[in-house]
Design a protein around this ligand. Structure first.
Ligand SMILES: Nc1ncnc2c1ncn2[C@@H]1O[C@H](COP(=O)(O)OP(=O)(O)OP(=O)(O)O)[C@@H](O)[C@H]1O
Ligand SMILES: [Mn+2]
Length: 457
């Protein structure tokens, strides 16, 4: 254990913001070669390359139109160089495409990106370093966030840092009043990938220059009007939104460098419409009311009879999402989204993880309710959880290793050791819950859905 954390090797040109000088209440362990080796071994495990039979064409979200001549094809992707944007010359072949476009074209019925996707490092690199040409507020939603556009026409959803990494959510605050955390968005992407889901859009942390990369280039006048200098000379802004958009809740650079998360933008809704679904285990979002599921132990029986949960793998996907949320202590999963084109047989997007990782000292058993009530889980998920609970691949160690690859982790660890320890503790609870299910159900097939019958453990 070591008090001061040395910089990891990252390819980014970060300037230190000074935000690290705040006292750290917990000792941080530096990522070691052993952790990185564990992560490498984990991703080499056969359980990560088990996938559905190779995707036929109708299983990709988007396709480049192939009718027309080669020439027309090329013209489709040409643009006159607009101010601030790179001139483009994209053709049908993928190697002429920027990383964000390859990401969009790679989305399939069951996942956002492939295991060992060769485009992923390039996409993350773009999000961390590419020149920003525009930043405007994202309308809708409750808290301040920006849509950032890069000079190659890629886009990202930016969530600014609102509180120190080491702050725990105030115990008197309801989950629906909690601030969103940029580091939670980043950690959720890593956790989701480590769990083998690949349903969180890729996210990186980045230090954004609030003057050069937001104020001076924004075309959003409402946003621009909210910039001001704080008493100590930091540049701050608060934007317009339904909560926390006021001088008291401004986000501030130090003096102009602001930490935030950048999530790769999904394809535009006009190309790939999405459907939003109400989570059957949604909380009441009221201080006094309990939801029906909290008072009805047999609630899952009713859900199982209700479309779309009565068919296919939708319920199993809810359970996967439940496990992700219990591990990261996210109580704010009121809705989830799917891509409309895939109908009911498709994965659930794990968007909006900003209220995860608010507390490390406490677990929230009610988040696991769908698993407890339904006693159902994919075999591939369970086997990966068991893998992650063994010392050889310990979840906290592989998370530490994975997070160390993010540029912001060099500024300060994205998750504290307490949060990493909480992950191991919660993982043990998930596995115990499944074991209790198995005790209650003499036929294991009632609990474990074998999605990988050819895999022998
Ligand atoms: N990576 C993404 N690409 C495109 N759209 C996204 C992405 N992430 C989130 N969104 C969309 O933006 C909307 C708002 O995002 P998010 O839920 O993270 O913010 P929020 O302020 O917490 O919103 P709410 O208060 O409604 O939960 C989401 O409903 C989702 O449809
Ligand atoms: Mn939200």
């Amino acid at each position: 254990f070591q008090r001061a954390r040395t910089c990891n090797t990252t390819s980014t040109n970060l300037t230190r913001s000074g935000s690290t000088s705040a006292a750290r209440p917990v000792r941080q362990r530096r990522v070691g070669a052993a952790d990185l080796a564990k992560l490498k071994a984990l991703f080499s495990h056969a359980l990560y390359s088990q996938h559905a039979p190779s995707s036929p064409d109708d299983d990709t979200l988007l396709r480049i139109r192939t009718q027309g001549t080669e020439e027309q094809d090329g013209q489709q992707w040409l643009s006159n160089s607009q101010e601030g944007y790179d001139p483009i010359q994209w053709k049908g072949s993928a190697d002429t495409h920027p990383p964000w476009l390859r990401f969009h074209l790679g989305i399939t019925r069951w996942q956002l990106y492939q295991h060992r996707d060769i485009n992923l490092p390039a996409l993350l690199e773009q999000l961390s370093n590419h020149r920003i040409t525009s930043a405007v507020q994202k309308s809708g939603g409750t808290q301040l966030k920006l849509v950032i556009t890069f000079s190659n026409y890629g886009q990202a959803l930016f969530k600014p840092m609102k509180q120190e990494r080491y702050d725990e959510t105030n115990v008197n605050l309801y989950y629906f009043s909690d601030f969103e955390r940029h580091n939670a968005e980043i950690a959720a992407f890593h956790l989701d990938r480590i769990l083998g889901f690949r349903r969180v859009p890729p996210v990186v942390g980045r230090l954004v220059d609030v003057i050069k990369e937001i104020k001076e280039i924004t075309t959003d006048h409402k946003l621009a009007r909210t910039f001001f200098h704080s008493p100590v000379g930091n540049t701050c802004f608060y934007g317009q939104c339904s909560y926390y958009c006021s001088t008291e809740h401004a986000v501030c650079g130090r003096p102009r460098a602001l930490e935030g998360s950048l999530a790769a933008m999904l394809p535009d809704l006009s190309l790939a419409p999405r459907r939003s679904w109400r989570n059957p285990w949604r909380r009441s979002y009221s201080r006094s009311k309990l939801a029906l599921w909290e008072q009805t132990p047999t609630y899952c029986n009713a859900v199982k009879k209700t479309p779309p949960y009565d068919q296919g793998t939708r319920l199993l996907d809810i359970i996967d999402m439940t496990i992700l949320d219990f591990l990261q202590n996210n109580m704010d999963r009121h809705h989830y989204e799917t891509f409309e084109i895939f109908g009911n047989n498709t994965f659930l997007l794990h968007l909006d993880n900003g209220r995860a990782f608010g507390r490390h000292s406490k677990d929230e058993p009610s988040i696991l309710t769908p698993l407890v009530q339904c006693c159902r889980i994919r075999r591939s998920t369970l086997l990966r959880l068991q893998l992650l609970s063994s010392p050889q691949y310990r979840l906290s160690d592989v998370m530490r290793a994975s997070l160390s690859q993010d540029p912001l982790d060099a500024v300060a660890p994205l998750l504290t050791e307490s949060h990493l320890t909480a992950l191991d503790r919660r993982l043990a609870t998930v596995i115990q819950t499944v074991q209790q299910c198995l005790l209650r159900h003499p036929n294991h097939h009632d609990v474990i859905y074998d999605d990988i019958p050819d895999f022998l453990d």
